[in-house]
Design a protein around this ligand. Structure first.
Ligand code: BTN
Length: 324
């Protein structure tokens, strides 16, 4: 039943604005025309708006806001990202699925999206709270032809994409905390986790995982993070369509990535610094073996953190946490 329904949606989606006749649907799906009609009524109950004309057939006019491969694809005008979409209602982590898919040859631009993650992964082996239906839990598989040393630039690029979408689409003022947290009013709203499978000089694949808190109320955020995390609902006092956000993020990501491949990192660096949190200010740097105050000068051409120690010496750091 479920697969007939999915095939039906797929046929309607493929024919886009054009009508597809009841007879053709019944031939393709090998079910009666009255069964087709019943499926259409079920789809309408699920929020699909379907137009049926007696001498023309059926077409989908609009999709529900619910996430599925079809609803995300509908209206997504990208060239390569999201051409292959895997949607799960619930999974341990979209990163796990992305690694499996990538190892099995998934194409550049494949995306994995879940309504809920039961074991969401954050950086430094932390967990990531991924409440059902309240946020965007997305992983993107990339196969960039760049050196593994440049891979951190893609994390910084992703942060600028999220900051741009939050700023222009949601009308909020995001800041990026190095390397890749996005803050609104000093609270984290986006986390980015980049994982790579590479050899000495070539990247086999990269998985970029993005967690964006969208429709959580204060009560939905677990107590242990509620003082340092926020959501779009909390910040803007209105609900946002996760589907529309995904489409906006994918479209902006594709444009930014294509420009990066063509023009290199300088434009991303400039944009990143325009959103950079505490640039020019004194911050606390925490590395594995050290803990000190320094001035945050910005990022280097390769994406490293550029700081000035209190004795005036300038340093480049690749792995650290910053705090204020
Ligand atoms: C962090 O700030 O620590 C990174 C958080 C990354 C969370 C996202 S949600 C989608 C993808 N799947 C995961 O399990 N993690 C990333």
């Amino acid at each position: 039943m479920e697969s007939t329904r999915n095939k039906l949606i797929q046929l309607l989606a493929d024919s886009s604005e054009k009508y597809i006749s009841g007879q053709l649907l019944s031939d393709e799906l090998q079910i009666s025309r009255s069964a087709i009609w019943k499926h259409m009524k079920e789809l309408e109950k699920d929020g699909y708006q379907i137009e049926g004309k007696s001498n023309k057939g059926y077409r989908i006019i609009s999709y529900p806001d619910k996430l599925s491969e079809n609803t995300i694809r509908w209206g997504l005008e990208t060239n390569w990202i999201g051409k292959s979409i895997i949607h799960k209602e619930s999974t341990t982590s979209t990163q796990h699925i992305a690694h499996d898919e990538a190892r099995n040859g998934a194409a550049h631009g494949t995306i994995i999206i879940a309504d809920e993650q039961t074991n969401g992964k954050g950086r430094m082996n932390r967990s990531w709270f991924s409440t059902k239906g309240k946020g965007m839990w997305l992983s993107i598989i990339l196969r960039p032809k760049i050196s593994p040393l440049q891979a951190p630039q893609l994390t910084l690029l992703t942060a600028t994409v999220l900051a741009d979408v939050l700023h222009s689409y949601c009308n909020v003022q995001p800041l990026i905390k190095w390397p890749n947290d996005i803050l609104l009013h000093d609270k984290k709203i986006v986390g980015i986790l980049t994982e790579m499978q590479a050899e000495q000089d070539i990247i086999n694949y990269i998985v970029i995982g993005i967690g964006l808190n969208v429709n959580q109320s204060k009560d939905d955020l677990p107590e242990e993070i509620s003082h340092r995390a926020t959501s779009l609902l909390i910040e803007t006092e209105k609900e946002h369509s996760i589907k529309a956000l995904i489409q906006e993020i994918l479209t902006t990501f594709e444009k930014s990535y294509d420009q990066y491949i063509k023009n290199g990192f300088p434009e991303i660096k400039q944009k990143w610094e325009s959103y950079g949190f505490k640039i020019g200010e004194e911050i606390t740097i925490k590395t594995l073996k050290d803990h000190f105050r320094a001035i945050f000068l910005g990022i280097e051409e390769d994406g490293a953190l550029r700081i000035k120690r209190m004795d005036g010496s300038i340093e480049k750091l690749y792995s650290a946490e910053i705090d204020w």
